[in-house]
Design a protein around this ligand. Structure first.
Ligand SMILES: Nc1ncnc2c1ncn2[C@@H]1O[C@H](COP(=O)(O)OP(=O)(O)O)[C@@H](O)[C@H]1O
Ligand SMILES: [Mg+2]
Length: 230
């Protein structure tokens, strides 16, 4: 029984166990994360909220394997992400994670379609992968496929960022304030897209301040001074 339980545990799409992140710059020391644990299940949208400086972006970077926690373990699809060489983290990221950060994940000199294709070339193909056109159609950008990022409106850029994050049909999507600069209607449209992906089995973690995103989430985790508060 115990074995069965631990198997279920390790195969969870995303888990963090006791994450600490300590920064030292000169004389200044910051404990940005103080023992954060979380789990996101397939099909679930978890909203992470908290005041500025509470550690949300640091947490996301640790979950994405873009930063290394000082202590604690991150697992993605049952595989350990933390405390591994960068090349292994990058491989894990390309196979299992879609990442949508505030500073959009788009290359300025490439068209939207080329951005999606580039992301697809960085990961091994899988049976469930869609064509770049199919993904752009899903986020309502097929007609803008040839545009470069500077030609897009804020809402279009947000959806283009989502298209890149979803390019490889990742089982886990991490997003840092994806609707931060969007109007209400565009935010709702993005939320509908996120829910569609959750319904297809994607585990989604969204850092947000938006009451609408929080209301649309299945669960909310609040951070304060690097700790989870209930
Ligand atoms: N690279 C870094 N070096 C030093 N301190 C950092 C660094 N990144 C974040 N911090 C500090 O960690 C704390 C949490 O920051 P952050 O995760 O960006 O918070 P949030 O995203 O919730 O606004 C803040 O006090 C911030 O100043
Ligand atoms: Mg932040």
């Amino acid at each position: 029984m115990a074995d069965k339980m631990s198997t279920v545990e390790t195969l969870s799409p995303l888990t963090a166990d006791g994450i600490y992140r300590f920064f030292r710059s000169g004389e200044e020391e910051t404990l940005a994360l103080r023992g954060v644990s979380l789990r996101v299940s397939a099909g679930e949208i978890l909203a992470v909220t908290g005041p500025s400086g509470s550690g949300k972006s640091t947490l996301l970077a640790c979950l994405a394997g873009l930063d290394e926690p000082t202590a604690g373990t991150v697992r993605v699809a049952g595989e350990r992400m933390s405390a591994r060489p960068e090349v292994e983290r990058a491989s894990l990221r390309s196979r299992h994670l879609g990442v949508l950060f505030q500073s959009a994940n788009l290359f300025a000199h490439l068209s939207i379609e080329e951005n999606v294709r580039l992301a697809q070339r960085l990961a091994p193909p899988k049976p469930s992968s869609m064509s770049a056109g199919g993904i752009l159609d899903r986020v309502g950008l097929l007609k803008r496929a040839g545009a470069v990022p500077s030609q897009l409106s804020g809402g279009e850029a947000a959806r283009a960022g989502l298209a890149v994050a979803l390019a490889n049909d990742p089982p886990v999507l991490l997003a840092d304030e994806p609707t931060g600069e969007l109007d209400g209607a565009t935010e709702q449209r993005l939320l509908t897209l996120l829910r569609t992906h959750a319904d297809r089995g994607c585990a989604i973690l969204v850092v947000t301040h938006s009451p609408d995103v929080i209301a649309a989430a299945d669960r909310v985790l609040s951070l304060h001074d690097g700790e989870v508060v209930s």
